[in-house]
Design a protein around this ligand. Structure first.
Ligand SMILES: NC(=O)C1=CN([C@@H]2O[C@H](COP(=O)(O)OP(=O)(O)OC[C@H]3O[C@@H](n4cnc5c(N)ncnc54)[C@H](OP(=O)(O)O)[C@@H]3O)[C@@H](O)[C@H]2O)C=CC1
Ligand SMILES: O=C(O)[C@@H]1CCC=N1
Length: 272
């Protein structure tokens, strides 16, 4: 993961328009990578809710125009139903020297470019809230962005975790697997904790064991590149307790419920 400090790629001021759950996670991730706080603008209407960022010398404001005028890279992290009106308000201040990055789900590159003039370069990105700690997986897609601007966007999201370039047609799938995925995994961990308490651990110890075990399982896949079942085979002693528990989970619909949930999430995005 590149540190932002002392690199040629970190010269541009970044405005995050919409400092809510995701916008703030991105700002925190940039700060963690030692990005100069004075080169970050974060906006929202209830600006007092950004006081923790302000205390770290980030510019916080409800004035989107000011943030746009002061910045080269504009990251839009608004709810989908707000983007059109905000872009309308900002269109005359956005120039071809800006790079637009939208992390808004369910709002296409085409819809974005319809709100702006044709020469404006846009990258769509789908990070997750682990950006706050530099552990996001971000999928990016673009149509008219130059190689240099794609590199700039990739540099930012590499600093917030890892980045992969995808075709925009997969952006809803990226939203579900990567962004909603954080919530699915956390619910899995919560269930592990609940089970752990029932078999004897206090909540704090159960949380530590469940969280580190999930981290270890992920790292086994990320570092070894194995199929999950290969690692599972190493744990399931014949006639042992793991396979007994796993099979009972499957009888109760464990994998099936996850797959159905993922499909329901994408259907929810794509229903209109
Ligand atoms: N949360 C997540 O994990 C992920 C979210 N996304 C996408 O990111 C986007 C934001 O989601 P999320 O952060 O959860 O939503 P939030 O509601 O937490 O954040 C949106 C922010 O936009 C601000 N806002 C509203 N109007 C304006 C305005 N006119 N100017 C500036 N800021 C404004 C709101 O601030 P105020 O209330 O002060 O007006 C709010 O803080 C969505 O499109 C979502 O789909 C994508 C991936 C992951
Ligand atoms: O739940 C949502 O709609 C947004 C998109 C991805 C994560 N949160």
């Amino acid at each position: 993961m590149p540190l932002f400090i002392n690199t040629k790629m970190n010269q541009d001021t970044i405005a995050i328009i919409g400092g809510g759950n995701l916008g703030k996670s991105i700002a925190l991730g940039l700060l963690k990578q030692q990005y100069n706080p004075e080169q970050i603008y974060v906006t929202r209407t209830k600006v007092a809710l950004l006081d923790d960022l302000k205390a770290q010398r980030v510019h916080t404001t409800s004035d989107n125009v000011l943030a746009v005028q002061q910045s080269k890279i504009l990251i839009f992290a608004l709810k989908p139903y707000r983007i059109e009106s905000v872009l309308k308000e900002l269109a005359s201040h956005i120039t071809k020297d800006h790079l637009i990055i939208s992390v808004i789900s369910d709002f296409s590159l085409e819809q974005l470019s319809n709100c702006l003039t044709s020469e404006i370069q846009i990258v769509r990105a789908m990070p997750n809230t682990a950006a706050a700690i530099g552990e996001s997986l971000t999928c990016i897609a673009s149509k008219n962005a130059s190689a240099e601007n794609i590199k700039k966007a990739t540099f930012i999201f590499d600093a917030l975790g890892e980045t992969i370039e995808i075709d925009e047609s997969l952006m809803d799938a990226a939203t579900v697997l990567g962004a909603c995925g954080i919530a699915y995994v956390l619910r899995f961990i919560r269930a592990m904790i609940q089970g752990g308490i029932e078999i004897g651990f206090d909540a704090k110890t159960a949380t530590k064991i469940a969280s580190q075990t999930v981290k270890g399982a992920s790292e086994l896949l990320l570092q070894n590149g194995n199929h999950p079942e290969e690692e599972i085979d190493k744990v399931t002693t014949p006639k042992g307790c793991t396979i007994a528990g796993l099979n009972e989970m499957e009888h109760q619909g464990f994998s099936s419920s996850l797959i159905k949930g993922i499909k329901t999430s994408i259907e929810t995005i794509q229903k209109d």
